[in-house]
Design a protein around this ligand. Structure first.
Ligand code: SF4
Length: 701
């Protein structure tokens, strides 16, 4: 075996599985990546991204010094490459950023600033970011990409049980008896989790029910595949619940002990027969009955879902319909059961936990609660924290379009790839007076920036990520940073001190941290669920599942053994709303969007890794019968148009797509699929309806 200078244990920077990695380092570079056999959650397994995709860290286009736009304030904002910026010292760039932010506060008010924190950054980065935004700028306009992926899961689960976290640990997948995978192409989005799920089927005889319009790889392992029409999820789950109640398969004792509003819910299911659902969803009634019985009669049953459930104009209802079914059958509070939204980004769980949302302090403590506010004001040594929940990602874009927000601070996000209806989103972006970016590369959003502050990726800093099953794990500095790039929380800390001074605020003393571990300690002192977690403990144990209220507590791999955070689980009466964009003769296909195995979200990292050679360009996945009817061949160049824009791609013929439905990945700036998607939002979660846009396809030259 080849010898390397050192090996550093850390956590994968891509998806929410949170795989543990051993980075082999030679001469300041990552030369190979392996997975420790004895460490949760992946126990020796990695996907292509974790094993081969971390070379982006050493890409020559990393930003090495602070940058300032050459034609600053010259009128119309246009995207520029590196040549459009000049290098600056940290002092000059931070001073300018502080000047712009403090001027915005003084002249327009704090709520004229919109801020984006990052699900790729550490918990410590997020904590300092939101402390600055809330404690110094005094606005709650802070949000991140969770709004665009699982906001509806959060809204639905909060309403049903009072907690939006994944209820069970990845390690429990081996205990599954029956499980549903819905709205998640797990093999490509959470590859290591998919190996555990497949193992549950193949080795343990667990029964898998896939509920998904697409014929995903897991369908091949499923006892049942309910291939419903896009956007009809609620009808499937309501009909399953109807079967459970009609055939008296519900868990009466659980319902009596642990839930409320059952009678109203039961009544609402009358008439919602599998036959009615068949007419709405296209799934045979007999399959719905079989799935309902299989789930209800299981000893232990869990549901795993992804963005196919949440990225919908009725995503909150989709989530509630799943939660209703779990409450009905009592499949919560035991190992191998539960409600499990598979979180996308490596630290999207942690970014929300650490306060990167507009209405909450760290630990989901409401900004509107006077007692909570007092606690944070005392600890942070500040006054006048805003009690008004801030704006969400897309509301900030709306406000920018109207001129109500004119300054953006963006740390590690790429809204110019991730927002729906990109052509409109760009117009809003172009109207901003100042855009300050903290990032590792000049991506599609950075190209519009005024001040670029060079940050560092996972391999160049210490801190923690919290994975999809609430396990807080360490990342460790393994290689030096290029040029003058700095750790995100240190950049924000320096910026905070300068803004504090420019605003004439009394020094809070709250931005003098020397290490990520110190930052965590302050946060854990304010968040009861983190009270027993420290960097030192994670270093010893490998990871700790929150809630973990004190050092003697073992952590909590599965939740809700005795109660739900809201007390009793709430059954919600649902209408089967079907509004979304429909196909027409002009736009005859429904477009769904998502991730593929070899890439990550906006592509900022994987498009700069060796993985890009394997999957270098966008495709539009089309059913063979549709392709034959249209006369398209594999690899043919086509234009894909919606009512909002047109992009170019290549045909990929595959039975994964049902007839009439096409799929495109979200990763390619050359074919930005969000130019096609629409900004229609779930009314509660404010998440856009990414999965259902009507498009037409035509041969391109
Ligand atoms: Fe990284 Fe996710 Fe792949 Fe694990 S499954 S190696 S966390 S991308």
């Amino acid at each position: 075996m080849m010898k390397h200078e050192k090996t550093v244990r850390t956590t994968c920077p891509f998806c929410g599985v949170g795989c543990q990695l051993d980075l082999s380092i030679d001469q300041g570079r990552i030369v190979s990546v392996s997975a420790p056999e004895n460490a949760a959650p992946n126990f020796g397994r990695l996907c292509a991204k974790g094993r081969f995709g971390t070379d982006y860290v050493h890409h020559p286009s990393r930003i090495r010094t602070p940058l300032i736009r050459k034609n600053l304030d010259s009128g119309k904002r246009t995207p520029v490459g590196m040549e459009g910026f000049r290098e600056a010292s940290w002092d000059e760039a931070l001073d300018l950023a502080a000047e712009r932010l403090s001027l915005a506060v003084k002249t327009q008010g704090a709520d004229s600033i919109g801020t984006f924190c990052s699900a790729k950054a550490t918990n410590e980065d997020t904590y300092i970011f939101q402390k600055f935004v809330r404690g110094i700028l005094k606005t709650n306009n802070i949000d991140h990409c969770a709004r665009l992926c699982h906001a509806a899961s959060v809204a639905g689960l909060q309403k049903a049980i009072g907690s939006s976290a994944m209820s069970n640990a990845i390690a429990e997948m081996k205990n599954l008896d029956v499980f549903i995978v819905t709205g998640s192409n797990t093999t490509e989005t959470h590859p290591v989790i998919s190996t555990f799920l497949k193992e549950a089927v193949v080795k343990n005889g667990a029964k898998l029910i896939v509920i998904d319009p697409r014929k995903i790889e897991l369908s091949g392992f499923a006892a049942l595949h309910l291939q419903h029409r896009p956007g009809t999820d609620v009808a499937v789950y309501q009909a399953m619940a109807n079967v459970v109640v009609t055939e008296e398969l519900e868990n009466r004792s659980f319902i009596d002990r642990r839930t409320e509003n059952f009678e109203m819910y039961r009544k609402s299911l009358e008439g919602f027969t599998p036959e009615l659902a068949e007419s709405i969803t296209g799934v045979k009634a007999v399959l719905i009955r079989e799935a309902a019985r299989m789930y209800a009669e299981a000893e232990r049953a869990a549901v795993y879902w992804g963005m196919g459930i949440s990225q919908s104009v009725h995503g909150t209802d989709n989530t509630l319909s799943i939660a209703n079914l779990a409450l009905l059958c009592g499949h919560l509070g035991k190992p191998g059961t539960g409600l499990n939204p598979l979180r996308g980004q490596n630290n999207v769980q942690g970014c929300s936990d650490s306060g990167g949302l507009p209405g909450i302090f760290p630990g989901y403590q409401s900004v509107a609660d006077a007692e909570i506010q007092k606690k944070f004001e005392e600890k942070w040594n500040v006054t006048g924290l805003s009690k008004t929940a801030g704006l969400t990602v897309l509301e900030m874009s709306d406000a920018a379009g109207k001129g109500d927000i004119d300054t953006y601070l963006i740390m590690g996000e790429n809204p110019m790839m991730s927002e729906p209806d990109l052509n409109t989103a760009r117009k809003h972006f172009e109207q901003l007076k100042t855009i300050i970016i903290v990032d590792i590369f000049l991506n599609e959003s950075g190209a519009y920036g005024d001040i670029i502050l060079p940050a560092v990726p996972f391999a160049e800093k210490d801190g923690t990520f919290t994975n999809s099953d609430r396990r807080v794990q360490l990342i460790r500095k393994a290689v030096p940073s290029p040029g003058e790039a700095q750790t995100d929380w240190r950049i924000i800390q320096d910026l905070a001190l300068r803004v504090e001074k420019k605003l004439g605020l009394p020094p809070s003393g709250g931005f003098a941290f020397q290490s990520a571990s110190e930052v965590w300690d302050e946060m854990s002192g304010l968040v009861p669920a983190f009270g027993g977690i420290s960097h030192q403990r994670i270093d010893r144990e490998g990871g700790v599942h929150w809630p973990c209220p004190d050092p003697a507590h073992p952590g909590t791999p599965y939740l809700f053994a005795d109660s739900f955070p809201r007390g009793r689980g709430l059954f919600t009466v649902l209408d089967c709303r079907l509004e979304s964009e429909r196909t027409s003769s002009a736009y005859p296909y429904l477009l769904s969007t998502g991730r593929v195995l070899y890439h990550w979200h906006g592509g900022t990292m994987t498009r700069r890794s060796v993985l890009d050679k394997i999957y270098p360009e966008s495709v539009v996945e089309m059913n063979p019968l549709d392709a034959e009817a249209e006369g398209y061949e594999e690899g043919q160049r086509v234009s894909v148009s919606s009512r909002r824009g047109t992009i170019i791609s290549r045909i990929k013929i595959t039975e994964r797509s049902p007839m009439g439905v096409v799929f495109m990945p979200i990763h390619f700036a050359e074919s930005p699929v969000n130019e096609l998607t629409k900004d229609l939002r779930d009314p509660e979660a404010k998440i856009p309806d990414f999965k259902q846009s009507a498009v037409r396809i035509a041969a391109a030259g």
